[in-house]
Design a protein around this ligand. Structure first.
Ligand code: NAI
Length: 698
């Protein structure tokens, strides 16, 4: 039963009952229509109360019906709202907990609204690249005024009901039981409306309040253009609201619908919806049922208080979990603790943390030099030097001291997790937790599943990831896991393009205009060019057949490691992180092309973007085919949350689908025929899907 119908002394109560948040799926919408008809037929009923069971009035559209025929099947939400608004008997919405999206639009269709404090009120459609498509852009401004409504619609941010108490949205703010208050209100309204000749107030008949609507709308447009460059939805929200101001309710409503239909089709909305569902899907592991029992994690330990260890410890502490932090030397331990404190102090200075909270977080960290202090830990995360020998020492020692059932995790970014597991007698308890730098800030956590990792250990780590607010994506064991394995091919293409005719600023500029937060050369200067150099040196040994441009090695040989040495691909002035093109480096690049006999040519921005992004896509396809990632959206989540891939494009795999795999494959074949074309070993999965007319995401 998606909707319950009861009567209370002459008032019909229509209760949405579609857990968890009374999403307005087809059955719920049909149930409301039935309830309205039943109340209308019954002469004993004088008024109707519309409310929600459980934890919400209504959270809006039913996300399980997204992209299914049910979403657009009659009765649509617009039909339901018309029926509510047109009811011959007064309808009172009783609002509590959550009224969002379509849920709020439904309430706006009612003749009266009674609410309790503490309810979250929002039209969050813009966050999915859409606008409220069932009258929200028309009715909310008539309820709370142009300015407040525009802010809510364009930002999608929830406002608490008590903040809207004086706004005209609610006819009564109730304390206590919202249903009882609404019932009493409904009876009074019925008596009053009869006196008024049987008409009920409708928001659509109200005027939109503002002294200077045109000026405000122009101001809003300018502000939105600056902050939402890559997204059309916020601008469309303003257009729809403006239509209501200029042309009245009916034309505004029709225009809102037009905008909604257009926005659903945009790649940006598709990307945002993909990311929304991708985030949820990432926590689902095909062969690990969601009801797998998890191990209790009450006490955490971190080994190594360096760059990563400190940030990792902060994550757990921020979630209220005590952390034992182990180092080999007192000096390193003290340095690590001081860095953590300094990070928190910066947050205090920004006003986002109180001094007391800082002290209580620091008090949750127990520094130690002794492995004996790890005996109580339920989860131990290792973040020591990236050398297998050091990892071996640590894991052998952990195997001796850790309690049975403790999860032993490694933050290694390149080493073989199965080898690490083999250092212990408990490989089922070993898992990778690959954090990204800075670990206390970056959302991404690659959870690496070894060949023996137990399902409950994996499920536990996924749950703890949620607790520390990370986007966790499961990766199988391979060199670089999902993210770094793909980025290596991206960087490889960037270096080839330098050799073939481009310069760092041109490559960075092209990919940044595409929407990346930072191009490959600015990124490398920030992380340190020596890191990639070390990886390449290892590659030359392990995979002598794989060919690289040696231009980056030349740069490193001159000691230009990036920002930390005052120069890398770019020049840097002390105290300023701005990258300035370096004449010296640019000359070095040209000289290198001459030396290796590569005729330099002008490379267009389109080619730069294609070669960089399709290099990611090609490696992503191999990762998918090998089962290192279990779904394409997992790869996209890695890139959206860990590598600054533009959210408006939805990640490399969705972007490839948007371009069409047939076109992607043709472009790859074209690049394969150019100099350095041997890097394009097209993934068989791409050929297969392109031939079938399919994409990575179906
Ligand atoms: P780091 O050099 O900053 O820190 C390592 C810390 O471990 C040092 O404080 C050192 O004193 C300590 N240590 C070394 N041997 C130890 C032992 N036997 N017992 C206890 N402590 C010991 O290195 P970083 O950058 O924090 O890297 C740590 C791990 O995280 C490596 O496996 C690295 O590959 C991985 N990683 C690093 C990322 C980065 O961006 N720096 C990103 C993701 C993973």
């Amino acid at each position: 039963m998606a909707v319950d119908y009861t009567t209370r002394d002459g008032v019909a109560v229509i209760t949405l009952n579609n857990p968890p948040v009374n999403g307005l799926g087809l059955a719920t919408r049909a149930g409301i229509m039935d309830g309205l008809a039943r109340a209308d037929r019954d002469p004993a009923i004088v008024a109707i109360v519309l409310t929600g069971a459980g934890k919400a009035f209504s959270g809006g559209a039913d996300i399980t019906e997204f992209n299914t025929p049910k979403a657009t099947q009659e009765p649509t939400l617009a039909t339901v709202i018309r029926a509510v608004e047109g009811s011959a008997k007064p309808v009172v919405a009783a609002i509590h907990s959550v009224a969002m999206g379509g849920g709020l639009e439904l309430a706006l269709g009612a003749h009266y609204r009674v609410a309790v404090p503490g309810a979250q009120i929002a039209l969050p459609e813009v966050k999915l690249g859409l606008l409220p498509g069932a009258g929200g852009t028309q009715r909310l401004p008539r309820a709370i005024g142009l300015e407040a409504a525009l802010n809510m619609i364009v930002s999608g941010v929830p406002v608490m009901s008590e903040k809207l108490a004086q706004s005209g949205l609610f006819d009564e703010m109730a304390e206590g039981d919202v249903l009882e208050a609404a019932l009493a209100f409904a009876r009074r309204a019925a008596a009053r409306d009869m006196g008024a000749g049987g008409t009920h107030p409708r928001l659509r008949d109200r005027k939109i309040q503002h002294d200077n609507a045109a000026g405000f709308i122009q101001f809003a447009r300018n502000s939105v253009a600056a902050v939402a460059k890559h997204f059309p939805a916020p601008g469309k929200c303003i257009d729809a609201i403006e239509a209501g101001v200029l042309k009245g309710f009916d034309q505004g409503l029709a225009f809102e619908r037009e905008c909604f239909v257009a926005l659903v089709q945009t790649p940006e909305s598709r990307a945002l919806r993909h990311a929304f569902f991708g985030e949820r899907a990432a926590s689902k592991i095909p062969d690990v049922p969601s009801d797998t029992p998890v191990r209790a994690i009450k006490q955490v330990a971190v080994i190594g208080a360096g760059t990563m260890g400190g940030g990792i410890a902060m994550n757990f502490v921020n979630a209220g979990l005590p952390v034992t932090l182990l180092e080999t030397k007192l000096e390193a331990l003290e340095r690590g603790l001081a860095t953590i404190r300094k990070n928190y102090e910066t947050t205090v200075k920004k006003g986002k943390l109180t001094q007391e909270a800082l002290e209580s977080r620091m008090a949750l960290i127990k520094p130690t030099l002794s492995y004996d202090d790890l005996a109580g830990a339920d989860l131990i995360v290792e973040a020591v030097f990236e050398e297998l020998g050091v990892k071996e020492q640590v894991f052998r020692r952990l195997d001796e001291v850790a309690k049975p059932g403790a999860i032993l995790a490694s933050n290694t970014s390149t080493l073989d997790l199965n080898k690490i597991a083999a250092f212990t007698k408990r490989p089922a308890d070993i898992v990778g937790m690959h954090f990204f730098s800075p670990a206390n800030v970056m959302k991404l956590l690659e959870v690496v599943r070894g060949k023996d990792t137990a399902k409950d250990a994996l499920a536990t780590v996924m749950q703890i990831a949620k607790q520390i607010k990370k986007t966790a994506v499961v990766s199988g064991v391979c060199d670089g896991f999902i993210g770094n394995r793909m980025v290596e091919q991206y960087v490889r293409q960037a270096l080839f393009m330098l050799e073939e005719g481009a310069l760092p600023a041109q490559i960075d500029g092209a990919i940044e205009r595409f929407g990346f937060a930072m191009g490959p050369f600015r990124m490398s200067d920030l992380a340190g060019n020596d890191i990639g150099w070390a990886i390449r040196k290892r590659r030359y040994q392990e995979q002598p057949d794989m060919h690289y441009s040696k231009i980056a090695d030349r740069l490193c040989e001159t000691g230009r490691f990036g920002q930390k040495t005052g120069g890398g691909w770019y020049d840097y002035v002390a105290g300023d992180r701005n990258a300035r093109p370096s004449a010296l480096v640019d000359q070095m690049i040209v000289a290198y092309s001459n030396e290796v006999g590569r005729a330099r040519r002008k490379i267009g921005d389109d080619e730069i973007v294609e070669r960089l992004v399709f290099a990611l896509v090609n490696e992503g396809a191999k990762i998918l085919a090998e089962g290192i990632a279990s779904k394409a959206s997992d790869i996209d989540m890695v890139y959206l949350t860990g590598y600054g891939f533009p959210l408006s494009r939805g990640g490399p795999m969705l972007y490839a689908d948007t371009v069409g795999l047939y076109n992607v494959e043709r472009a790859m074949a074209r690049y394969a025929a150019q100099p350095n074309g041997d890097a394009w070993q097209i993934a068989p999965l791409i050929t297969e899907l392109a031939a079938a007319g399919r994409g990575f995401n179906g």
